[in-house]
Design a binder for this molecule. Structure first.
Ligand code: 3PG
Ligand code: MG
Length: 408
């Protein structure tokens, strides 16, 4: 029994449905073209189900943030959706004004309408409770026109924003199919992961993952945590290694002295659960050469994990029943330094473990390596996924749970 409503709990036939999705897409800086359709594709099961039920689907979404370069209208998103569902998608450059309301009123059964970027509305991101958001002009103008609110925006589930939680107060509400799949799959991993569970963190940032690592070990969600990329460098530095000028510079761009104090504390408590590389591949001119951690410092950049680490990590993963991948093992965009990411990710994909991948760069690496069909669950979440894995309550999920007990 789920603790939130799904599309199965409602009659959809001929209903007008407000559907909140996450169409926050990676864009080309010059042309503003959408670079990757994944997030729209992942919302298709819900959209198609609504169409098949002859519902009138009104989609609400955001792109970028006010003031950011990628804060644009959703016209291109409508065109992309239209291609993917092979069906007309109406678009209005309005959110809750007369234009938008008329477009909703004129919608016929099985038609789809996309409203413009909901973050054009200042109140969208105001810090307010769900009850307060429900009183906003956005919710008050739109909700009387609809029968049901569906939230399928798992990637934005950590944002307590107006269109994400406000409607849940005033309309019968449920999770869409993507939200349902993300929550069901990920809850199992957080609450009851098949053991042993191994989490791998890599990529080019580390300050954000320190608390995540600590929580995962404290909550016993992770039995072992393997570190690569900048997180590995930061933990080695905290252990007292001098990694050389180049790596120290990359670390200094992001980290603070408090970060290292925090890492030292975690290492004291969880030394046996955290696995660090014992060698790296460094860039000498354009060549790849391997260096043992004990031979550091080096004057070169450390751009990948080395052979010995790859072998060691595979051994640890070979026992795992659950593996979570977050961040590539090195600079995988460069073919010379793709090896660690390729070998480890391929090994995980081919293993019998339940594998989960999340975050833009990690998903991109998995797709580039052609492994997407072999990963058990590819999450659309970045920030929301991280918070969820840490056991934090997500505002959208809490609102959906509350909605289950509401009657209208
Ligand atoms: C995301 O892409 O992280 C979500 O769409 C939320 O967007 P935000 O980080 O700008 O709030
Ligand atoms: Mg974000």
């Amino acid at each position: 029994m789920k603790d939130f409503n799904t599309l199965d709990d409602f009659k959809l036939k001929n209903k007008t449905v407000l559907l909140r999705v996450d169409f926050n897409m990676p864009l080309d800086r010059e042309t503003f073209d959408i670079l990757d359709n994944t997030r729209i594709e992942r919302a298709l099961p819900t959209i198609k189900e609504l169409i098949e039920n002859n519902a009138k689907t009104v989609i609400i979404a955001h792109q970028g943030r006010q003031g950011s370069w990628d804060f644009i209208s959703l016209e291109k998103h409508a065109k992309t959706l239209e291609k993917l569902i092979e069906k007309d998608v109406k678009f209005v450059d309005d959110i809750f004004g007369e234009k938008a309301k008329n477009a909703i009123k004129n919608l016929q059964n099985s038609e789809v309408l996309l409203l413009d970027n909901v973050r054009r509305f200042d109140g969208e991101t105001e810090k307010k409770s769900a009850e307060e958001h429900a009183q906003s002009v956005l919710v008050q103008n739109l909700y009387p026109l609809a029968d049901l609110f569906v939230n399928d925006a798992f990637a934005a589930a950590h944002r307590p924003q107006c269109s994400l939680i406000g409607f849940i107060e005033v309309l019968p509400s449920c999770a869409g199919r993507l939200m349902e799949k993300e929550l069901t799959t990920l809850s199992e991993i957080v609450e009851n992961p098949a053991k042993p569970s191994v989490f791998l963190f890599g990529g080019a940032k580390f300050s954000d993952v320190i608390v995540t690592i600590e929580r995962l070990l404290e909550n016993k969600t992770a039995d072992k945590i393997i570190l690569t990329g900048l997180p590995a460098n930061a933990f080695l530095k905290a252990e007292g290694f001098n990694l050389g000028k180049k790596t120290e510079e990359s670390l200094a761009e992001e980290g603070s002295p408090e970060n290292y104090e925090e890492i030292k504390k975690i290492l004291l408590k969880f030394k046996n659960n955290i696995i660090l590389p014992n060698d790296f591949a460094q860039q000498e001119n354009t060549d790849r050469n391997e260096i043992d951690v004990t031979d550091l410092p080096t004057e070169y950049n450390l751009f990948d994990i080395g052979e010995k680490s790859i072998k060691n990590f595979k051994e640890i993963i070979s026992d795992a029943k659950t593996v979570f991948l977050s961040g590539p093992c090195g600079v995988f965009e460069n073919p010379v330094f793709m090896k660690g990411t390729k070998e480890i990710f391929t090994y995980v994909a081919n293993s019998n473990a339940f594998s989960i991948v999340g975050g833009g760069h990690t998903v991109a690496a998995v797709e580039q390596l052609g492994l997407d069909d072999k990963i058990s669950h590819i999450s659309t979440g970045g920030g929301s996924l991280e918070k969820f894995m840490m056991g934090e309550k997500l505002p959208v999920v809490e609102a959906l749970k509350k909605a289950k007990n509401k009657t209208f």
